[in-house]
Every structure is written in structure tokens, then in C-alpha cells.
Design a protein. Structure first.
Length: 372
């Protein structure tokens, strides 16, 4: 494992105060580290009297340092602008964006792109080939033009380069194209993702296997491009999706291309008052150039696509609000209990469309369990 050295920060003029990780050699590793703003500095702190262990003016360096020196890094208390995407440095680590934190591309920054020749995507948080990583967003992620807020990128010359992990986002995903990307990855849990400010689709999936997806709600409406809740773009197999929620002005709520063995429990479409005029699900075969990022072998057709239930809701929803109640952040880490609610028409006759409580365990291999 390649750890970020304290000396690298000192060499760039970011001297650490007494109590740095280097000075505390042999100390028990903390359960988590927090990254906060103190003026122009990003400060990494332990949850005990040992206090500050690292500081730098570079937000990306602070976050990656925290992930290299603790299993859990909590981004809290401020706005963190990065000139390039945050890269996950090793297996079995978790990054939490707290409700009061914003991680964003700095003004004028161009994040490093990921491309396979048929499109380029610029991740704000980039897990490249690391297993059992969790990204949990309760705050705001702002990726910038052509950006992806979260990317799990397991590309490995045609293999599955990521095994295990967790993505949870009830916070804001904004100024991005496809907000979440999962590429060439296996056994990733996605218990809840929802957003209303992405530019194209909520989530794109390519070349992935055995994903367990709970609730995915694409709520951008006419503000987005295709506005597909999930674009199952190509070459994926063995996915289970419990429920997809989409809104009118979606090309499809679920778009399935060249993928197989997919089971969806329910697809629900909502409209603000007009007739729901678009498709709940489409299954379309692409030619060899249909891939965007995956390196997996091509699947020529889509087979065994099962949608147990699909419907257009009777309730007319013009606007949405995502409400999150988090218990135990950060005191109960590595475990969290999160309740999320999707509220329709929040300013006028609000209706709770969905309420769900999830227990997240970030010990070792991250897992999530629904609490009924």
C-alpha cells in the first residue's frame, strides 16, 4: 500500500504541528479522522485529545492523507475545492461527506478524465481498482462540466478490477453529467442513491456484475438531458435492483443495453400533472461502439431482463425534497444509522413518497442492511 508521506507536505511548505502521524509512531490507529476547514488550511484531526495530525492548504492532499492513515475519513465543516479528483489510495477505506461539507472542483479546474475512446468523464471522487471501498455522501458534491461526482473504475484489461464496495448518496450531486459511474466492478452495494440536479443521468453502469442496488431515484425532470435513473449502458450481468423512481421527461427510467440477467423489483414513474409520456424501461442493443468506458468483452444482446412491476404513479409530483437523518456521525463510527425520505411537493401539500432506514457498517468490508 502506498501511503502519503508527511514529508511530502513539509516539502511543499505545509509543515505539520507537533502530534503528526510521524511523531506518533506506534500509537493505536484512530477509528476515523476528520478533515475540516480552519481558515485557509485543511486540518486532519483525530477524535481524541491528540488533536491535529496534519494540515495543508491543499484540500485534495488532506483528504487523501486522511484516507491513507485511517480506515475512515470524514469530510466536515466547510467547502473543499480541489484542482483534481480525489483518488482513493488503498483498499478497505471509507470516505464520508458530512451534511455540512461541500467537495467541489475548484473554479477553472479541469479534473483528470477517464476515457475508452467513446467519451470522457472526469470523476470528482475516483476509486480506481480498490476493493471494499465505501463512499457515503450526505453533503454536496459538485463535479463541474463533464464531471462525475463518484466513479468506481475497475477497468483491468477486460477483467473485473474492483471486488466489493458501497455507494450511498442522499446528499446533493450537482454540476455533473452522469452523477455516478460504476465500471468493470463486482459485488458493489448501492443501498440508496437519489439526486435532482445532475446534468444527464443519475447513474451509469458498464461491464459490472453482481451489483445489489436498493433505491435509485432520478428526480431531475426536464432539467437533465436523457434523465435516465439508471443507464445500464453495456456489458453488465447479474444485477438486482429493488426499486427505480423516475420523473416525466425521462427518455427511460431504466435503459438496458447489451446486458443480461437483470432483475428489477419495481419501476415507478412520476409526473407533475401531464400524462407520463416517456418510457419506464427500454431494452436496446448497440453495436460494438456502444461502449463508453468498459473494457469487458462485448455482450451482443440483452437477455433475461425481468421487471417484476412497473407503473405510473397516481400522485402528481411537481418538485422533490430529499431529507436525511443521520444518527451517530461521527460518534458511533464505524457504524451509522441513516433514515432517508423522499418528499413530493414539499412546499405545497407535501407527501412522503418513500421512507427508508439503513444501517451502514464500515468495519472491514463495508456493508449495508435495510431496517424495516
Amino acid at each position: 500500500m502506498a501511503l502519503l508521506a508527511v514529508g511530502a507536505a513539509i516539502a511543499t511548505g505545509c509543515a505539520a504541528r507537533p502530534g503528526t502521524a510521524a511523531a506518533e509512531k506506534g500509537a493505536a490507529p484512530p477509528v476515523y479522522l476528520t478533515v475540516t476547514r480552519q481558515g485557509a488550511a485543511c486540518v486532519v484531526q483525530r477524535p481524541d485529545p491528540k488533536g491535529v495530525v496534519f494540515r495543508t492548504a491543499d484540500a485534495r492532499e488532506a483528504i487523501e492523507w486522511a484516507l491513507a492513515h485511517s480506515r475512515i475519513a470524514v469530510l466536515a465543516g466547510g467547502r473543499f475545492a480541489v484542482t483534481d479528483g480525489v483518488r482513493i489510495p488503498r483498499d478497505r477505506v471509507s470516505l464520508i461527506i458530512a451534511p455540512d461539507a461541500t467537495l467541489e472542483a475548484a473554479q477553472g479546474a479541469t479534473l483528470t478524465g477517464v476515457s475508452e475512446g467513446h467519451g470522457e468523464y472526469r470523476p470528482l471522487i475516483h476509486n480506481e481498482g480498490k476493493d471494499h471501498v465505501a463512499v457515503v455522501n450526505f453533503g454536496t458534491l459538485r463535479a463541474g462540466p463533464r464531471g462525475a461526482c463518484i466513479m468506481f473504475n475497475g477497468r483491468s484489461g477486460g477483467g473485473l478490477g474492483i471486488d466489493g464496495g458501497l455507494i450511498f448518496s442522499s446528499g446533493t450531486l450537482t454540476e455533473c453529467g452522469d452523477a455516478i459511474w460504476v465500471v468493470d466492478s463486482a459485488n458493489v452495494q448501492i443501498p440508496f442513491v437519489a439526486a435532482k440536479r445532475y446534468g444527464n443521468n443519475l447513474m451509469a453502469i458498464e461491464g459490472s456484475e453482481r451489483l445489489a442496488i436498493g433505491i435509485a431515484a432520478g428526480l431531475a425532470g426536464s432539467a437533465a438531458g436523457e434523465n435516465e435513473t439508471i443507464d445500464l449502458n453495456s456489458y453488465s450481468r447479474g444485477l438486482y435492483i429493488e426499486r427505480l423512481i423516475g420523473t416525466d421527461r425521462a427518455e427511460q427510467v431504466l435503459d438496458v443495453n447489451n446486458s443480461t440477467d437483470v432483475v428489477v423489483g419495481e419501476i415507478v414513474g412520476y409526473t407533475g400533472g401531464e400524462t407520463f409520456r416517456d418510457h419506464l424501461v427500454d431494452v436496446i442493443a448497440y453495436g460494438p461502439k456502444g461502449r463508453r468506458l468498459t473494457q469487458r468483452p462485448r455482450l451482443p444482446h440483452s437477455e433475461r431482463i425481468t421487471v417484476c412491476s412497473k407503473r405510473v404513479a397516481e400522485a402528481k409530483i411537481r418538485d422533490w425534497k430529499i431529507v436525511t437523518d443521520v444518527e451517530g456521525l461521527p460518534e458511533t463510527l464505524p457504524r451509522l444509522r441513516v433514515t432517508v425520505r423522499l418528499i413530493g411537493n414539499p412546499e405545497d401539500q407535501p407527501v412522503t413518497v418513500l421512507e427508508r432506514t439503513v444501517r451502514i457498517d464500515l468495519e472491514g468490508k463495508p456493508t449495508a442492511a435495510v431496517v424495516e
